[in-house]
Design a protein around this ligand. Structure first.
Ligand code: NAD
Ligand code: TYD
Length: 357
């Protein structure tokens, strides 16, 4: 059974994955309207969406997912029939130094969104409805040298970030089990690609290499992450939204494990040639630093259920994806400079606050 949404509420659509999803979804669904609800934290950047300004199928609302009245108004006014929930605090290191906002946004904010969605769905205002939670493989905790996370792996989050995402993940399950709400839940591995905020490993490496700044590698650099191109993730989300059975949980991953140090070396080497530097020059910037507290050792996703049930698989090879990503950052230095200087916040004020400081 295919579900065809007509009016989608995307939360956190000014962030990295949300903005890539909106671009991809609008391009693929010309009859559907997207409302982007984002409160524009440090990670939200409307410059990720300038190409959609003036598009009649897209609207932006500045606001917090924890604002029940605002959320209820959008759901009713826009006759929303699908919520795709990206909005979150997303950086593990920030969750170690300041966990409170992670609980407020990721747990309490998700609860408000779920509750208002439940009322809207039960009011019968729309014929069909879906609530899709963007969860993460980090809810499963950490793996040893072998094995994979499946959808049956018990949740065992280790960082304040992943614990708050696990809380949201279980609330979504609870709304399905308790109320029969048609929820969906996807748990994806690490994403990379355009519009990635340069506090995360891959964009941070690219930015620091260009500027000849040290490349901080946590601990021994042998932690493993499983990388997926953000555009493959966007297509997987759309596939789950339209074709998964209500209540379903799907892992999303590209079967693409890398030790951190190998990624660091690869990005250094690809940028040696692009920046016309000597072979091996960028590797000289690598600096091993104190390990992240509670640093998960290995993530590896088994996404075979998604392939078997819904036919999704990644289209990017890592070689192609990482090369394209590096070239995107080199071609979009203005975007990176805006993000690192905070100038993107001025852009928002001019666009939506009438220039008020
Ligand atoms: P991001 O930090 O780039 O973007 C988060 C967005 O949410 C920002 O635009 C921010 O302004 C917005 N936001 C934060 N709090 C809000 C609130 N209270 N109300 C409204 N908007 C708010 O994050 P991302 O990397 O794009 O991740 C998006 C989602 O995907 C998150 O839920 C994250 O847990 C999940 N996820 C991320 C990855 C990854 O590799 N980045 C992997 C798996 C899952
Ligand atoms: P990150 O991009 O923060 O994603 P996550 O912690 O959600 O997986 O980090 C990816 C890996 O890279 C993780 O093992 C931590 C490591 N890392 C570094 O070694 N140095 C850095 O400066 C950063 C940001 C991350």
């Amino acid at each position: 059974m295919t579900f065809i949404p007509t009016s989608v509420l995307v939360t956190g659509g000014a962030g990295f994955i949300g903005s890539n999803f909106i671009h991809s979804f609008i391009a693929n669904n010309s009859d559907c309207t997207v409302t982007n609800l984002d409160c524009l934290t440090y990670a939200g950047n409307l410059k990720n969406l300038t190409a959609l300004e003036g598009n009649p199928h897209y609207r932006f609302v500045k606001g917090d997912i924890g604002d029940a009245a605002l959320v209820a108004g959008i759901l009713a006014d826009q006759r929303i029939d699908a919520v795709v929930h990206f909005a979150a605090e997303s950086h593990v290191d920030r969750s170690i130094t300041g966990p409170e906002i992670f609980v407020r946004t990721n747990v309490l904010g998700t609860q408000v969104l779920l509750e208002e969605s439940r009322k809207h769905w039960q009011s019968g205002a729309v014929a069909a409805f879906r609530f899709l939670q963007i969860s993460t493989d980090e809810v499963y905790g950490s793996l040893g040298d072998t094995g994979y996370f499946t959808e049956e792996t018990p949740l065992a989050a280790n960082s304040p970030y992943s614990a708050s995402k696990a809380g949201a993940d279980l609330l979504v399950r609870a709304y399905h089990e308790t109320f029969g709400m048609p929820t969906l839940n996807t748990r994806c591995s690490n994403n990379y690609g355009p519009y990635h905020f340069p506090e995360k490993l891959i964009p941070l490496l690219i930015h620091n290499i260009i500027n000849r700044k040290p490349l901080p590698v946590y601990g021994d650099g042998l932690n493993i992450r499983d990388w997926l191109h953000v555009r493959d993730h966007a297509v997987a989300i759309e596939t789950v939204l339209k074709t998964a059975a209500p209540g379903a949980v799907y892992n999303i991953g590209g079967n693409n494990e890398w030790k951190n140090i190998d990624i660091v070396n690869l990005v250094c080497d690809l940028l040696d040639s692009r920046l016309r530097r000597a072979d091996g020059e960028n590797r000289g910037l690598i600096t091993f630093v104190k390990d992240r507290l509670g640093h998960d050792r290995r993530y590896a996703i088994d996404a075979s259920r998604l392939k078997a049930d819904l036919g999704w698989g990644p289209s990017y090879t890592f070689e192609q994806g990482i090369a394209e990503t590096i070239d995107w950052y080199l071609a979009n230095q203005e975007w990176v400079a805006g993000v690192t200087s905070g100038a993107y916040r001025e852009y928002y004020k001019n666009q939506y606050d009438g220039g008020a400081a």
